[in-house]
Design a protein around this ligand. Structure first.
Ligand SMILES: Cc1cc2nc3c(=O)[nH]c(=O)nc-3n(C[C@H](O)[C@H](O)[C@H](O)COP(=O)(O)O)c2cc1C
Ligand code: SF4
Length: 387
């Protein structure tokens, strides 16, 4: 396991390295990435959304089907397999978490399956998971970790959970100004709001814990979004974060579960190459300006003016509220499941490639998880790549 000059943090009965790998769907963080991160003594996260896409036998049965029940069952089977394989790879080290988005229709089933299949923790974002304590009441040893972006959301969630005698085991504070994927802000313009700044949210969260008579260590705060250097990790820990979470840098690591072309698209993109737009889920999102996304954004206003309810494109009704299916002009007018699946397969032209706005720790080079964690923890520069 890796050593660190920084303090480890306590999550339930484990002492973990203060570098967390964020959940990345569809299929970008599956068993290989999450298990490899956990093996180093950190928390690795499997993204639960549409995992059947990593299993040829399940795709054979469901790839052309529009039977929602059949597809959902395949996704639960895939999740069970991925958790099992990740645990095997981790060999009892670190923690295996599962990320479930509150906005997906299969939310409750994915939560229950994760608990039944042996996940150590659940990380839930894209909506407020106020019902998570009830849903997991039969599995009190599974750590519960909401993803939030401002001090108001943190106060609301903690106070509601306290009424159910439960506290979050940690909180991921994701800054929408820098992070990849769906962003916890009301609009694309609002992502830069100063209320999302790390210093502001950490200070607000610590003031709240004091007010509630809780010790700081009781709820470790994990800062996420744009973290790409050892100096930033030290600064954030200096500000009172217990750990940092990284998404994009892990997506492009050697062990990342997506296609090589997916990694290349993220690695090749510079700071000017990402764009913030409204997703079909009704939240802002950040991704690489790829040919499909730019074509879509050119015709977004026209599509929004013609938004009407229509049948689900894939048949899985993946989102509780889908701008495309429901004809909601305020949300994105495309099927996000289809576009993310193209990206996972490495289709540069048609894929939607989520990426954070910041530079990557090793520039355009793909490096193993171990080197990434060692650099973030200790500032250790990896050896030069063989020519
Ligand atoms: C390709 C990709 C897919 C993502 N998918 C999800 C997801 O399914 N659920 C989620 O909560 N966060 C998702 N995220 C966000 C990450 O978990 C993480 O919090 C975020 O990327 C941190 O910002 P960074 O990419 O600048 O490090 C995704 C990020 C990336 C890069
Ligand atoms: S149309 Fe909407 S609900 Fe149906 S699969 Fe696509 S994104 Fe999901």
């Amino acid at each position: 396991m890796l050593l660190t000059v920084l303090n480890k943090f306590q999550l339930r009965d484990k002492l973990l390295l203060p570098i967390v790998q964020g959940g990345m769907g569809v299929g970008v963080s599956a068993h290989r990435l999450a298990g490899s991160v956990a093996r180093e003594g950190a928390m690795g996260t499997i993204a639960s959304v549409d995992l059947r896409r990593h299993h040829p036998d399940l795709m054979e049965r469901t790839g052309r089907s529009k039977d929602q029940g059949l597809i959902e069952a395949a996704n639960l089977t895939a999740l069970d397999r991925e958790i099992g394989k990740a645990r095997e790879l981790a060999g009892g080290k670190g923690m295996i978490a599962v990320n479930v988005m509150r906005a997906v229709s299969q939310y409750a089933d994915l939560i229950r399956q994760s608990c039944a299949s042996g996940a150590d923790a659940l990380v839930v974002g894209a909506g407020l998971p106020l019902d998570l304590p009830e849903l997991t009441s039969e599995h009190p040893n599974v750590a519960l970790i909401p993803v939030l972006s401002d001090a108001r959301g943190i106060a609301l969630l903690i106070k509601k959970w306290m009424r159910r005698n439960r506290l979050p085991d940690a909180i991921v504070i994701e800054n929408p100004r820098f992070a990849a994927g769906h962003l916890g802000a009301p609009s694309t313009e609002a992502v830069k709001d100063p209320r999302f700044g790390f210093a502001t949210v950490l200070e607000g969260a610590h003031a709240l814990l004091r007010e509630l008579g809780l010790e700081r260590e009781r709820i470790p705060l994990i800062a996420a979004g744009g973290v790409h250097s050892h100096e930033q990790v030290k600064d954030l820990i200096g500000m009172g974060a217990s750990a940092v979470q990284l998404g994009t840098p892990f997506a492009v690591s050697t062990e990342g579960d997506a296609h090589q072309t997916f990694k290349d698209v993220l690695l090749e993109a510079g700071e000017q190459d990402t764009v913030t737009f409204m997703s079909a889920a009704g939240l802002p999102a950040r991704a690489v300006r790829t040919p499909w996304l730019m074509r879509y954004l050119d015709k977004e206003t026209k599509l929004q003016s013609k938004a009407r309810p229509k049948p689900c494109t894939v048949g899985i009704e993946c989102l509780q509220q889908c701008g495309w299916r429901d004809g909601d002009a305020r949300a994105g007018q495309f099927c996000i499941d289809t576009q993310l699946a193209f990206a996972l397969e490495g289709d540069r032209k048609r894929g939607l490639f989520f990426r954070g706005s910041e530079a990557l720790p090793f520039g355009a080079a793909m490096r193993p998880v171990r080197e990434l964690i060692d650099y973030m923890l200790n500032g250790t520069q990896p050896p030069p790549l063989a020519a």
